[in-house]
Design a protein around this ligand. Structure first.
Ligand code: SF4
Length: 406
């Protein structure tokens, strides 16, 4: 017997009738507001008499690297894409499917035009015929904001109608992998491609394609408007720049924190208000499940590109998940492998069968470590894309640092 709250039902019915079926749209900086504070002046100046190499030089000077996870120097791609005959395309990777990552959403729900201007600057730089924004459907507010603001750009005459296409992803993690994303935009199943050829040569519809992450484009605008100093003057622990850490788990204030790239896990937990009351810091996922788990004792390493590789991990998109004494490292690793098993696109055997086999082995009371290690070698060596290649990280790191649990 269910209790029916008629007041709520009526409210929902009224909302549907009024067309308010979308998520709550947060207060964000609209086109008018952005324009009034100098927005799009950088783009218009560049279009007028700018040289793409000058912008590329600025970006190199800033030290900006691809913030989708790969960390590739951002301006460098432009030359590769321009080196191939057009038509060329720009594809924005806004899939943000890495568990624990929500920084792109954070920026888009606040300052969407910093992203859109950066996209148009990059499109100008490579003379792109069209821009495709691939956005996960799980972000209805972001999609609505982008729809509205792209329309505002068309109305203002900044882009021809249809120049920016908004494409919705359907919830497949693998579609965040750039070549799978391109397949998905083309209307096919999101299967990662073999490389070479790279997407800069043969990308969308067989044409040279520039792929950037949402946050990367946000910073390209800021570099053009504020100079490379916006990034290259922050120094900490021998690292330069800033990182947007998405912090969740057992911290008092989960959220996105913009901190020096040299920040350690200690700094990041402190920024997030410390540990939740009653929880003792035990372990952390530094950059998505592919980065595995590190123990609390590794607390003096900057969480930046290149610093975690020697530890068998990496920063990826900086999705930091903090675990406490009330969490099991073993259960967390199993959860990560289950996720990979679910999300494997299935086109290569080491990943498809390997993830499934790993999950089975990790459910045993005692892990068969030599067998798991053999499996990890096969998956790492023979998988086509990063999903299968990095899936061994959680297994190896838990064996190494939490051996008492397995
Ligand atoms: Fe697909 Fe996994 Fe192979 Fe990547 S490694 S292509 S996800 S089967």
């Amino acid at each position: 017997h269910h209790h029916v709250d008629h007041a709520t039902v009526d409210k929902v019915k009224a909302a549907i009738a009024a067309g308010h079926t979308h998520a709550h749209i947060p207060d964000y900086e609209t086109y008018d507001k952005y324009k009034n504070t100098g927005g799009y002046a950088a783009l218009l100046t560049l279009r007028d008499d700018g040289h793409w190499e000058d912008v590329q030089a600025l970006i190199k000077e800033s030290g900006l690297r691809g913030l989708g996870g790969a960390g590739f120097p951002s301006g460098t791609k432009w030359g590769f894409v321009r080196g191939n005959a057009g038509p060329r395309y720009l594809a924005v990777n806004g899939d943000e499917g890495e568990p624990g990552t929500f920084k792109d959403r954070y920026y888009l729900e606040r300052t969407p035009h910093q992203f859109l201007e950066g996209m148009l600057i990059a499109a100008w730089a490579v003379e792109a015929d069209r821009c495709y924004i691939y956005k996960r459907d799980e972000y209805p507010a972001v999609l609505e904001i982008l729809r509205r603001e792209i329309a505002a750009l068309e109305q203002a005459g900044l882009v021809p109608e249809g120049y920016i296409e908004l494409r919705r992803g359907a919830g497949a993690y693998i579609c965040g992998e750039e070549s799978a994303m391109i397949e998905s935009i083309e209307g096919k199943r999101g299967l990662p491609r073999h490389r070479p050829p790279y997407v800069a040569q043969v990308g969308l519809f067989g044409q040279p394609t520039l792929v950037h992450n949402v946050e990367t484009l946000h910073w390209i605008t800021r570099i053009c408007r504020e100079g490379p100093e916006v990034l290259n003057t922050t120094e900490k622990n021998g690292r330069t720049g800033l990182r947007s850490y998405s912090v969740s788990g057992r911290v008092a204030k989960p959220g996105v924190y913009l901190l020096p790239a040299g920040s350690t896990i200690t700094d990041i937990i402190e920024a997030a208000g410390g540990m939740l009351e009653g929880h003792v810091f035990k372990a952390y996922q530094p950059g998505g499940p592919s980065s595995g788990l590190l123990p609390a004792s590794i607390n003096d390493v900057p969480l930046d590109f290149d610093t975690l590789q020697p530890l068998g991990s990496f920063i990826g998109s900086a999705a930091v998940v903090v675990l406490s004494d009330q969490d099991s490292a073993r259960a967390a690793a199993l959860n990560m492998l289950r996720f990979f098993e679910d999300e494997s696109c299935g086109q290569c055997t080491p990943c498809r069968v390997g993830c499934e086999k790993a999950v089975k082995l990790m459910q045993a009371d005692t892990w068969d470590q030599p067998l798991l290690e053999e499996l990890c070698v096969a998956m790492g060596d023979a998988s086509i894309c990063g999903l299968g290649q990095a899936a061994p990280n959680p297994i190896r790191l838990v064996i190494k640092h939490f051996s008492d649990e397995v």
